[in-house]
Write a protein of this length. Structure first.
Length: 260
């Protein structure tokens, strides 16, 4: 498991195995969350921008949402903030140069597995992985050029525990507030550091999207496309970034989105 050092994330530290799938699955509060009604919340004629800090975040967080939006024939744009080039420091197996190609290719493969690559347009912003906090002004300007007046934004939670996720969420939420747009923030690493009924998460603003067994199965297959994140780096000994526990936890039968 990758250890994310505190970089402005306070007590939302990603360390160890985290809260288990079974703890979340057994929490009655998860079952009682309000449903996310896709037809109402993502109406016809509105473009959806999925803003992902790294290649794989769009799948870990939003594979179910992507599948269901594609079924509704919504206009979907995947905005990749970085190409995830810094995921393997000092690696000879996965150098930044190699990852610059590998990780976007893994996203394309995952979208193919979901059967939706034809329905998703990808835009790469090419910010430096691990440095989004320092590049928030650049990200703000880049997104502002992309956003239209009737877009719906989907981004990572601005208290997700990973600095890149939090910075991306903050910028997207700022733009949404300024432009009077709807913004849904998806939980990804929050499932790791948080616990059921954790007061650091605004559950009162949370909506859950239920995934069918087939959508969940396809999400699992899509996650397995991210080989670079799933295997031990034999050149450095770095453990897989997406551990078995992380994958099991992200395969809850719901995706949860925060919408203020």
């Amino acid at each position: 498991m990758e250890v994310i050092k505190d970089d402005g994330v306070g007590d939302r530290i990603i360390f160890g195995d985290g809260t288990s799938y079974h703890e979340w699955r057994g929490w009655s509060g998860l079952q009682s969350l309000r449903q996310l009604d896709l037809v109402t919340c993502f109406p016809e004629g509105r473009r959806v921008l999925i803003i992902a800090p790294h290649p794989d975040d769009e799948i870990l967080g939003c594979a179910g949402l992507l599948q269901q939006l594609a079924e509704l024939k919504r206009d979907i744009v995947l905005v990749s903030v970085t190409n995830g080039t810094q995921s393997h420091p000092d690696s000879q197996l996965y150098t930044p140069h190699q990852l610059n190609t590998i990780r976007p290719a893994e996203t394309h493969a995952a979208l193919d597995v979901l059967g939706i690559s034809h329905a998703v347009k990808r835009i790469a912003l090419n910010l430096m992985d691990g440095e989004i906090t320092a590049q928030q002004d650049w990200l703000y300007k880049a997104l502002r050029k992309l956003i239209s007046s009737d877009d719906i934004l989907v981004c990572t939670f601005d208290k997700d525990g990973h600095p890149d996720h939090e910075a991306t969420g903050k910028v997207a939420q700022q733009l949404a507030s300024e432009s009077h747009l709807i913004c849904y923030q998806v939980l990804i690493w929050a499932w790791h550091w948080a616990a059921p009924d954790d007061r650091r998460i605004p559950w009162q603003n949370a909506l859950k999207l239920e995934l069918t067994p087939q959508q969940l199965q396809d999400k699992n297959k899509a996650i397995l496309c991210f080989k670079s994140q799933l295997e031990t780096d034999t050149s450095t000994g770095q453990a897989p970034i997406l551990s078995p526990q992380t994958i099991q936890r992200i395969l809850l039968p719901y995706e949860v989105y925060i919408c203020d």
